[in-house]
Design a binder for this molecule. Structure first.
Ligand code: HEM
Length: 343
């Protein structure tokens, strides 16, 4: 993955933006929260008590060796949960000769670096040698995501476990179940609601964009020709616009170039993402829309003010997301030995 991996690219980008001062306001909100009786924190207490430690031994090493795997894994978990539920169906490889491609090969999943899949495979191999046939790939994805949130500076939280792996993985299911960088707020709210997630969850989970990168293709129309006007969208800070245009040319250019989502603290899982939105420093149209839409603005302002509140909210929202359409038992699921191969 070639995010400005020569550090000069990102450094320059950040320097351009470091002088930006950000202010925010406080307010109150409420949280709706749905519990899932089937999952439990001590699910592997008897069958694989060292599961978290084993996973942690790999995630902490990966974070040192290839930190870009952290945001990519968190996004992978999100894309898994939104399509057919949190069942690791996104990890299954397309079978040669099969009529339909698997989720992983859908256009919306093409940007994942291959290392994110190999890193899950490493975890699975370690678990298979310690607790064969016990831990599901879906739980590995949930636990690894938590590890990476924490390793990047975000909160630590207990992950409920007990998900089984799905047996279906169809590329055709992906498009309609994922948001797009230019989705309208109505579309985002409707999609999240259809997964049992509230408007507040939408704002809080979008806070995962406090780390990670976006390919230029997701911003070019916004910065050069917004809705055919030949002008950028009006709600972009001029310094951000300049920086984005430096990296992302209108035509041609390297398709692998990526820009950091959080232009002030790109490597830290914190709440700066929200203050950035208040300062018109959102990278995607959908990020910035969270601050312009009256239904989401107040939540943005609250998260910008209170990091602990964001962290608490993020834990709850991740738990909710991690419970979407969870499968249990042999009738509906399986425990894969190799996460990329349907048994
Ligand atoms: C609200 C609607 C959302 C939209 C429209 C959206 C869209 C995107 C897009 C276009 C990218 C860039 C991918 C690339 O260029 O490689 C991205 C990256 C990312 N997304 Fe989202 N996303 C949304 C919500 C979420 C949620 C709910 C999460 C997790 C809880 C999440 C986590 C991430 C992370 C961590 C990255 C960085 C990936 C990396 O650096 O490899 N996103 N998202």
């Amino acid at each position: 993955m070639s995010f400005c991996s020569s550090p000069s690219c990102t450094t320059l980008f950040i320097i351009l933006l470091l002088t930006i001062t950000i202010t925010s306001k406080a307010s109150k909100n409420d949280t709706t929260h749905r519990r899932h009786r089937q999952l439990s924190i001590d699910y592997y207490a008897k069958t694989c008590p060292q599961v978290e430690k084993l996973i942690g031994s790999i995630t902490s090493q990966q974070f040192k060796d290839a930190p870009f795997i952290a945001p990519a894994t968190i996004r992978l978990f999100f894309h898994d949960c939104f399509v057919e539920g949190c069942d690791a169906s996104i990890l299954i490889s397309s079978q040669p000769g099969s009529k339909e491609l698997a989720e992983r090969d859908a256009l919306d999943n093409k940007d994942f670096p291959v290392e994110v899949f190999t890193s899950i495979d490493k975890v699975k191999a370690l678990l298979e040698s310690n607790c064969p046939g016990v831990v599901s790939c879906a739980d590995i994805l949930a636990i690894s995501s938590r590890d990476y949130v924490n390793l990047a500076g975000g909160p630590y939280y207990e992950v409920k476990k007990g998900r089984w792996d799905g047996k279906k993985s169809k590329a055709s299911q992906v498009y309609s179940n994922l948001p797009r960088a230019n989705s309208t707020m109505d579309e985002l709210i409707r999609l999240f609601n259809s997964k049992g997630l509230s408007i507040e969850d939408l704002v809080i989970l979008s806070g995962a964009h406090t780390i990670g990168y976006a390919h230029c293709k997701y911003v070019t129309s916004r910065i050069y020709d917004y809705h055919g006007t030949k002008q950028p969208q009006s709600n972009i800070d001029p310094r951000l616009l300049k920086a984005l245009r430096m990296y992302c040319p209108n035509y041609g250019g390297n398709e692998d170039i990526v820009v950091p989502f959080d232009v002030t603290t790109p490597y830290k899982f914190d709440h700066a993402y929200y203050a950035n939105l208040e300062a018109n420093l959102g990278v995607l149209e959908t990020d910035q829309a969270l601050f312009s839409d009256t239904r989401t603005k107040l939540h943005v302002q609250i998260m910008a003010t209170d990091k602990e509140k964001f962290f608490r909210g993020f834990i709850k929202a991740m738990e909710k997301m991690g419970e979407i359409h969870v499968k249990r038992g042999r009738k509906h699921g399986e425990k894969r030995i190799n996460c990329s191969l349907h048994v």
